[in-house]
Design a protein around this ligand. Sequence first.
Ligand code: ADP
Ligand code: MG
Length: 467
Amino acid sequence: MQNAALNLQNPPLEKNAKDLWKECLSLIKENVPFITYNTWFLPIKPFELENSTLKIYVPNNFFIEWIEEHYNTLINKTVSQVLGDSGRLVYVIYEEKETAEEQTKETPSIGNATTAPQIIKRDYETYLNPRYTFENFIKGEGNQLARAAAMAVGDSPGQTSFNPLFIYGGVGLGKTHLIHAIGNKILEKDQNKRVIYISSDAFTVEFVEAIQSNTLNEFSGFYKSMDALIIDDIQFLVGKEKTQDLFFQIFNTLHQSGKQVILSSDKPPKDLRGLNERLISRFSWGLSADIQPPDFETRVAILKNKSEVYGINLSREIVEYIAQNISSNIRELEGCLIKLLANSSLNSKEIDFELVKKTVREVSTNKQVNISVELITKVVCEYFGVEENKLREKNRKKEVVLARQVAMYLSKQLTKSSLKTIGLHFGGRDHSTVIHSQTSIEELALKDPKMKEILDSLKTKIEISVT
Ligand code: ADP
Ligand code: MG
């Protein structure tokens, strides 16, 4: 009571989010192995305190899921110890761009947070991933030209001769990263610019929907209103004549009015057989730049950079061993690091050479060999909180249907099992049911970025669980 009266005149210095999180961290540190602490807890930054709710920044969804899955009890215990019984923890996903120091300042600059209030309100979604920037795109011989051109376009969209900018190369080499980085750069320089990222698949789906709902004018008007249009994996337009026609119109309008078009593809324009000749000739108006697989030095640089981001120390020998043995693509390099982290924190093991060798072996041998429909079912059911046998029954409950479809979809993606075999695993369902599940989930993932994120994190979980 006395305190309350005092508060009116002179509010006591409240503990802020930073102090409270620090207290939590010191408790957590005592209870988990060092490597786990470093990997999963240290990257978390305090955001704000609202009553007894402490909001913290985490790098991505995978973090949240990982922590909740493995350390839920510890987290709950810690939070009630520090914040009292009504204490609650809320995760906010942050973008990597800010330095750790900035994040822990008492009034953090939250310009990049997904929940940041000062973020400009748009009447549409840009679908840009703020985590893909030029700052964290490592330069190497294989991507030099593409990177330089992308940076020029990011600086002055529509003003360079690189219009369209056409970036091509094999999987996992950084095309998507680079074209997102362009979009982010454009918005960083001018928030009012209209920029949109879309995969050519999603573009096609939207196009078909626009036809069905008789809103083709709105559809093309929307894309024509952009200052920069970024379309990923344009090779998927091959064979889709109608979509190509409309894209051709949109392209011309944008190009004529000095707006920027940015495209990516798995092959150079001239090899896109089945794509309309007039589109191919348009593509050569600007610049086509390829991305080649990273050389050894670049692979080492990428590994060093990413391991720093993840907060692990790898010796030079280990980095070089990984770089030597995983050479084809950057996504695999990343996958190897994540798996190393996961293996070492799960088993509380230091990252030593033995673990590295084992992990590299797992990443570079075909993972499909080891992933089973059973494992997929287990991980998916855990995620959705559904009992495994429900997937084999004729249960039509919404969450069971979704879990079943996701499990079937992932089984087709991650194993070599035939449709028939997959159907058998799910209570002897017909192969057409499996196909139907596949297409429904694909459509969901195209429309809803959250669904895509869930699928991605499930895939990572499954791949990590394989030993
Ligand atoms: P693509 O679209 O060519 O298949 P992505 O852009 O999806 O490849 O890249 C795969 C992963 O590798 C992404 O996580 C991306 O951030 C990372 N990556 C690719 N190139 C680089 C690079 N030069 N520097 C840092 N990370 C990279
Ligand atoms: Mg891509």
